[in-house]
Ligand binder design. Structure first.
Ligand SMILES: [Zn+2]
Length: 559
């Protein structure tokens, strides 16, 4: 189907529906006249019965009616804008149940999200070099891996990067595993023969001791990323606006933000600024992140927990609690098999979790491996006996190796699950580390069938792509960016869509406002270029909004 520009979808009807021509009974009552109506479409409401309608009406920021085109036309007044969908599909705006987009404001990154060839990545880099100022850093801080390339599954040697970018420092970080730098980046970062390896990282050097441009390990990639200069507050604001627009263009209208390492008030300021002015085009619900790694550091965060006051924001930007690290030494890592189950370390984790329980504050914890999930559940069940946590909607994120028994224990604690699509770029690597077990990591089918409340999300930006249609595609097909089949625990596209909309609305404490196209909910929705319910499974990842609306405002239109 041809992609029709949105301009052609909008048909102004001011004055063309004189009220006298309509039967009295059908005429809308005062107050029901809509500002915008969308008609002649396939409106996938994602309400409790998964109703499919034809049309909807919006007044101000909210949906006032959903139904047939004939019904909804009754809400048109003289000034109502009519959008003729021409058969297109509408779905609720996609809510990511767990991502780290707040940190994306630091840099205007080059993103290889969903780019399936190495050649295309190189072209994007070359284009970026052409528009960059001399000496300006060009960085892709994760969100891609070599295994997503279908032409050549390899990285970017220094000589090649130097040819494309002789005068701009370039840093291309794959997941959190390694980074490729050019000569200008090594120079700007002050990395030479004498530079020692950073903690948990290796600066690769050739036989003569010269850096090759490859830096390995989580500590290594963090070390080089920290060398990129941070710009002023104005640039952060511009980056935020640009990134939110990018997310809108992919179908994101809201998310739960888990922060990240080194988060400061500076990261949240641009969002706060935009939200206060009504200019934030997505809804951001965030958790405080601290990563205490010693008992002394736990001593420091406990008073912070005492002072927390969540839920003082608005429906665009609000603080909802604490996550996703409880105590750094017990945090598991997807590409490392072993968990730390030391009782002394769990005793420290418990001090943090108990303080949150006592204050009645939401907590999300990052847990992946079966034995670690058991240890966390033991801790939470024990806390629950002293200070009940049911009702606080505590959650685990990741849960790649969760078992049915563990999901039952979570349900008894009123917990929910944030499940991610990290295999989209890490699937092949997960198979290398976990063997055949990786086919069920995460076990979407089993989690869905357990009946637990669970939401779908990306965990972007570093460890996977940000594109929500890739999340939906992965849950349905089990295929990576680039096509490798890596997961056999797939679910239906309806189940995936519910998890990316209505269920995540509960996870962000907004179920009365978001997650479905229903009367009374905010008008956060997408008009799609093709039908989500009908395209072949392998085409789900390629779906694109032709229009994205948040709170009744059009925030993105395809050109
Ligand atoms: Zn995360």
């Amino acid at each position: 189907m041809r992609l029709i520009g949105l301009a052609t979808l909008f048909i102004a009807v001011a004055g063309c529906a004189p009220t006298g021509t309509r039967p009295e009974a059908a005429r809308p009552q005062p107050g029901e006249v809509a500002d915008v109506i969308l008609v002649n479409g396939k409106v996938v409401t994602v309400d409790d019965r998964f109703t499919v309608a034809q049309a909807l009406a919006i007044k101000g920021s909210r949906i006032v009616a959903v139904g047939s085109t004939a019904d909804i036309r009754n809400h048109a007044g003289g000034n109502t804008r009519v959008i003729d969908l021409q058969g297109r599909t509408v779905i609720p705006g996609l809510i990511d149940g767990h991502s780290h987009w707040v940190r994306a404001a630091e840099h205007d990154e080059l993103r290889f999200d969903g780019v399936t060839t190495r050649a295309a990545s190189l072209k994007m880099l070359a284009d970026r070099v052409r528009s960059a100022r001399p000496g300006e850093w060009i960085a892709a801080l994760g969100g891609w891996s070599e295994q997503q390339f279908t032409d050549e599954q390899r990285g970017f040697p220094l000589e090649e990067l130097d040819r494309i970018a002789p005068a701009n420092p370039v840093l291309l970080q794959a997941v959190y595993i390694h980074a490729y730098l050019n000569t200008a980046a090594l120079k700007a970062a002050g990395i030479d023969e004498k530079t020692p390896n950073p903690p948990n990282g290796t600066i690769e050097k050739d036989a003569n001791g010269k850096p090759t441009g490859v830096v390995r390990g989580a500590g290594g990639v963090a070390f080089v990323a920290s060398k990129i200069p941070l710009r002023d507050a104005e640039a952060w604001l511009a980056n935020t606006r640009k990134y939110v627009t990018h997310l809108n263009s992919m179908g994101i209208t809201g998310w739960l933000d888990a922060g990240g390492r080194g988060m400061t008030a500076r990261h949240y300021a641009p969002y706060q600024y935009l939200a206060e002015r009504g200019e934030l085009n997505a809804r951001v619900y965030w958790t405080t992140i601290r990563q205490p790694a010693t008992p002394a550091q736990v001593d420091k965060v406990l008073p912070e927990i005492q002072a927390l006051k969540p839920f003082q924001g608005n429906d665009y930007f609000d603080h909802v609690g604490w996550g996703e690290t409880v105590y750094a030494p017990v945090t598991t890592q997807l590409l490392r098999k072993a968990s730390n189950l030391k009782p002394d370390d769990f005793a420290q984790a418990r001090r943090v979790a108990q303080a949150l329980a006592e204050r009645g504050i939401y907590l999300n914890a990052h847990v992946e491996m079966t034995d670690a999930i058991d240890a966390f559940l033991d801790m939470y069940e024990s806390i629950n006996k002293e200070k009940p946590i049911k009702g606080l909607r505590w959650s685990f994120s990741h849960l790649d190796q969760v078992t049915p028994q563990q999901l039952e224990r979570m349900k008894r604690l009123g917990m929910n699950a944030q499940i991610h699509t990290r295999p989209l770029i890490q699937g092949v690597l997960m198979h290398r580390v976990h063997g055949d077990k990786a086919w069920t990591m995460p076990p979407f089918r089993m989690i869905q069938d357990s009946g637990i409340l669970w939401g779908l999300g990306s965990d972007a930006t570093a460890v996977t792509t940000s594109n929500p249609f890739y999340n939906l595609s992965f849950a349905v097909t089990g295929k990576m960016v680039g096509g490798h089949h890596v997961n056999k625990q797939t679910i239906t596209r309806e189940e995936a869509l519910i998890a990316h909309t209505r269920s995540n609305a509960i996870i962000v404490f907004q179920e009365s406002n978001l997650g479905s196209i229903q009367k009374g909910r905010y008008a956060d929705l997408l008009v799609l270029d093709r039908d989500y319910l009908m395209v072949p499974e392998d085409a789900i990842k390629d779906l694109k909004p032709v229009m994205t609306m948040v709170g009744g405002r059009v925030v993105y239109e395809a050109k």
